[in-house]
Design a binder for this molecule. Structure first.
Ligand code: NAD
Length: 364
């Protein structure tokens, strides 16, 4: 059989970034070993690591490598060493520039509860039992980028302005991405806006309704953002895909994420015009960096998303998710998830256990 060749740009970044990326690569290599897949790995610096070497958070070589690759795997950026940098040289600027240059207009964050972790959530087990949703957030438009913006003096007063602007083509492309994804899942899109107050959100709703006509088998409903925030804690099982703009998505995706309990479990994908990027939702966790105790599952689950969305290997992606579930079922926990009676695993041990479970599935 012909081997599939894929070029992967690996940007470990700062803090626990390298530790969790190492484990995710073990899992990626296990898939490559058992399937006809050749992964060509290229490593590059980003964030604080790049600042230390090149005095900028996103060197041109790193960006070029990302543009030439089939996918990007990123760990995390930032930390106390670089906090005093001016705004344009903060490690986190690298993420904004990567989104912009790679045209990453859709951020995809799944929130799913692994049965063995059901008690890690602050919500009641019966409320979160059925959570399996995705927040699809528009990432390159809306109020975070709209013009005019800024703070100006007006007599004795200062006036701060930001502009919530969306064009119909921006709404159309993210809506299509949401409907396409819903078609591969439970076929339901909830579009979240504030059309009762904001004109740009009325346009959002109108365009989403237009796009929906092309997808007659997908159920569409609309919620105002305040109601959606409430429904997420009241009955999150009702959602399949939540489609929303940049700022509402920023807030709702964090809310949805916390339903599942631990930040160390949450993967994400950013999809767009060129290379897609996969990364855990968490940051560089300077408080635990270098201790070998970070939870690598978010990054491992990000590799599963990569296999599904960029490498067209949904079966292998499911196998990774099953392997994560099996290891948790066996009672292994990194310290962030530790409960009485469970078996404590380091970052490396958790990676090895998942590889072992995955290998068994891929061989059977
Ligand atoms: P953080 O996500 O790094 O950490 C928040 C808390 O969660 C910490 O107590 C940390 O120990 C814990 N945590 C995070 N990931 C974990 C994991 N995998 N396993 C176990 N525990 C985990 O957020 P923060 O502390 O607000 O930010 C730290 C740095 O990371 C800052 O410089 C921030 O700007 C940056 N940051 C980067 C990204 C990114 O690269 N995408 C995202 C968020 C924050």
């Amino acid at each position: 059989m012909n081997k599939k060749h894929k070029k992967l740009a690996v940007l470990p970044g700062d803090g626990i970034g390298k530790e969790v990326v190492d484990e995710a690569l073990k899992v990626m290599n296990a898939v490559a070993d058992k399937r006809s897949l050749h992964i060509d790995l290229s490593f590059a610096d980003v964030g604080g690591a790049a600042l230390d070497k090149y005095h900028i958070p996103l060197p041109d070589e790193t960006l070029q490598l990302c543009l030439e690759s089939d996918a990007v795997l990123l760990g995390a950026v930032g930390g106390p060493n670089w906090e005093s940098q001016p705004h344009h040289l903060k490690p986190e600027r690298a993420l904004l520039k990567l989104r912009q240059e790679l045209g990453l207009f859709a951020n995809v964050r799944p929130a799913k509860v692994y049965a063995p972790l059901i008690h890690a959530s602050t919500l009641k087990a019966e409320v979160i039992r059925d959570i399996d949703l995705i927040v699809m957030r528009e990432l390159t438009g809306g109020i975070y980028f709209g013009e005019p913006r800024g703070i100006r003096q007006n007599g004795k007063e200062k006036i701060g302005t930001n502009t919530l602007v969306y064009s119909s083509s921006e709404i159309e492309r993210i809506a299509r991405a949401a409907f396409d994804m819903a078609g591969k899942r439970r076929k339901k899109v909830t579009s979240v806006d504030k059309a009762n107050v904001l004109d740009s959100m009325q346009l959002w709703r109108d365009v989403v309704c237009e796009v929906a006509k092309e997808y007659p088998d997908i159920e569409l409903n609309h919620l105002y953002v305040d109601n959606c925030a409430m429904q997420l804690v009241r009955n999150p099982g009702q959602f399949d895909i939540i489609l929303t703009g940049n700022m509402f998505g920023d807030i709702l995706s964090d809310e949805a994420a916390m339903l599942t309990g631990s930040i160390g479990m949450l993967p994400s994908a950013s999809l767009g015009k060129y290379t897609a990027m996969y990364e855990p939702v968490h940051g560089s966790a300077p408080d635990i960096a270098g201790k070998g105790i970070a939870n690598p599952i978010a990054t491992i689950a990000s590799v599963a998303m990569m296999l599904k969305f960029s490498f067209d290997m949904p079966g292998e992606a499911d196998a990774i998710e099953h392997a994560i579930s099996a290891v948790l079922d066996d009672g292994y926990r990194t310290p962030d998830l530790m409960e009485q009676g469970k078996k404590r695993a380091s970052t490396g041990e958790m990676g090895d256990l998942i590889v072992e479970a995955l290998t068994q599935t891929l061989e059977s």
